[in-house]
Design a protein around this ligand. Structure first.
Ligand code: F6P
Length: 529
């Protein structure tokens, strides 16, 4: 019997068991929690018991998570379809030793680039710039945008803006009101070919020229393609390069993080890197049963592949982590949204879940209704700081904490018909109407969640959180035997957009298109200008 089959049997066998029953073990809260530094992960509010956990750990061990992890950290080409190493960890290897890729230590170049970024960030922060506009998309946008917002209390540099969408509304709304003479534009693109980014970069350049700025001085670039940044006219002194072993969605730690470094300063950026490095050290050294990334991954596998819950809600009770769900959407869905295994064979089970969510408490007043009473079970991941950044508003934070803890408790406990009847009776309902009203007030409960606690959302902690999720995605990918580091699934749409562009522009007719697409284009032509 495979571990997968054993887990399915265990899942079926516990169908009648409640999560609350598991707390008959008075040590459960302690035994189903783990810590990395001062970060605390509680997974006791899931229906995982000792036996299931042992099987999940055996699944991870037999998938060679430990040896594959070493391959990643030591520069083996684990991105097999692109024949590349996967070494975002080298970007935060501040006090680590050599990291060899294809026989060469990459650390001297990584540290040189970091020194150059620090120098440039200091220059921008002390110069005349009031605003910085980062133009990028996907990993060249979401990482710095999410982190700049998350670290707002540390923001003492120029204002930072992020333009990603090719929809002209994005750049128009961003540039409106900015002073072109005091704005720095950073073009962030690993490939420097992404159509959205290059279109926005050209528009920004024209805007700057038209409004008295000087693109020759006020543009910087972050890219692996230095020939292309030169063709665009960006002075090599303001180009910060990186290697192809940094995937787009893993790139915030290097040059793609320049806007973050400008916002919070090189010292705080170092703390951000050190937080991630601390998580790397934990991931590499901890036993599987104590490893936060492994435990997060195994809980995910239990809920998605074994339990069949197709989505996962990420619910940070931390307003400044409002972009974390979007960031994790790319990290998790681009990495593990695959249909074939490493060998090319079709995946025998579902791969990555749909990841979504929003900051609490806002989500409570929007979609939590479905999470509590809907017919689908949505495993939830709560994140919460022990302390906020507004000591004068401590009562706000206490309310936030109470709400977060109340949600996971409510999901687990639910409310029985009997309890609902008591409530309906206090409202004056009697007889059949009492029963009818009570049924609407039942909460099924037994809905799983995990909670990640940290002292405060500072740069170090944010680094820990992001690295934790990166490694979780890695572990899930290894267990599913997929390649988490390519993204072929985005190619077809890009190719078709390129071939549709002349038809939309009216320089080519739509005769070769499928009838649906042709009809849609016809409408656009009739109503558009
Ligand atoms: O289309 C997907 C993608 O390749 C992402 O993986 C990447 O983060 C994004 O596009 C942007 O790519 P680039 O940094 O090369 O512009």
């Amino acid at each position: 019997m495979t571990h997968w089959e054993t887990l399915s049997d265990q899942y079926a066998a516990m169908a009648e068991r409640k999560i609350t029953d598991l707390f008959e073990d008075t040590n459960r809260a302690r035994d189903f929690a783990a810590q990395a530094g001062d970060m605390y992960f509680d997974y006791s509010k899931t229906n995982i018991d000792d036996t299931t956990r042992a099987t999940l750990l055996a699944l991870a061990r037999d998938a060679n998570v430990e040896s594959r992890r070493e391959e990643m950290f030591t520069g083996v080409h684990i991105n097999e379809t692109e024949d590349r190493a996967v070494l975002h960890t080298a970007l935060r290897n501040l006090d680590g030793g050599a990291v060899m890729v294809d026989g060469k230590d990459v650390m001297p170049a990584v540290l040189d680039t970091l020194t150059g970024m620090r120098r440039y960030a200091d220059e921008v922060r002390s110069g005349h710039y009031t605003d910085v506009v980062n133009i990028g998309i996907g990993g060249s946008d979401l990482g710095p945008a999410m982190a700049v917002r998350a670290l707002a209390p540390y923001h003492d540099g120029p204002r930072c803006h992020f333009v990603s969408n090719v929809d002209g509304a994005d750049i128009a709304d961003t540039l409106r009101g900015l002073d072109a003479k005091k704005t720095l534009v950073i073009v962030a693109s690993k490939t420097f070919t992404t159509i959205e980014t290059m279109t926005n970069a050209r528009t920004a350049r024209a805007w700057m020229t038209d409004h008295g700025g000087d693109p020759a001085r006020q543009f910087a670039a972050l890219s692996t393609a230095q020939d292309k940044t030169a063709d665009f006219g960006i002075d090599p002194a303001r180009v910060f390069g990186f290697e192809d072993w940094v995937g787009g969605r893993y790139s915030v730690w290097g040059p793609i993080g320049l806007s973050l470094m400008i916002a919070i300063g090189p010292k705080a950026f170092d703390a951000f890197l050190r937080g991630a490095q601390a998580m790397d050290v934990h991931f590499r050294a901890a036993e599987l049963h104590e490893s936060l990334p492994v435990l997060l991954a195994l809980v995910g596998i239990w809920h998605n592949q074994i339990g069949g819950h197709a989505t996962r809600a990420v619910l940070p009770y931390d307003e400044r982590l409002g972009l974390l769900p979007s960031y994790l959407q790319q990290l998790e869905m681009e990495s593990n949204g695959k249909g074939v295994q490493r060998s090319g064979a079709n995946c025998p089970r579902h791969t990555g879940p749909v990841v979504w969510g929003a900051a609490g408490t806002n989500g409570q007043h929007a979609f939590y209704q479905l999470i509590h009473q809907g017919t689908r079970v949505i495993p939830c991941e709560f994140l919460l700081a022990a302390e906020g950044h507004e000591p004068e508003l401590a009562h706000h934070h206490q309310l936030l904490v109470a709400n977060c803890l109340a949600q996971s408790k409510a999901l687990m406990q639910g409310r029985t018909l009997e309890e609902a009847c008591t409530i309906a009776a206090t409202k004056g309902f009697t007889g059949d109407e009492l029963d009818r009203q009570a049924r609407h007030r039942i909460f099924p409960g037994n809905r799983p969640s995990t909670t990640l606690l940290y002292p405060q959302l500072d740069p170090f902690t944010l680094g820990q959180i992001i690295a934790l999720y990166e490694h979780r995605v890695f572990v899930e990918g290894i267990i599913l035997d997929i390649i988490s580091f390519d993204q072929w699934g985005v190619e077809l749409g890009k190719e078709l957009a390129t071939s549709l562009q002349p038809i939309v522009e009216g320089t080519k007719d739509a005769s070769g298109e499928d009838p649906s697409t042709a009809a849609l284009i016809d409408y656009i032509h009739r109503y558009g200008s």
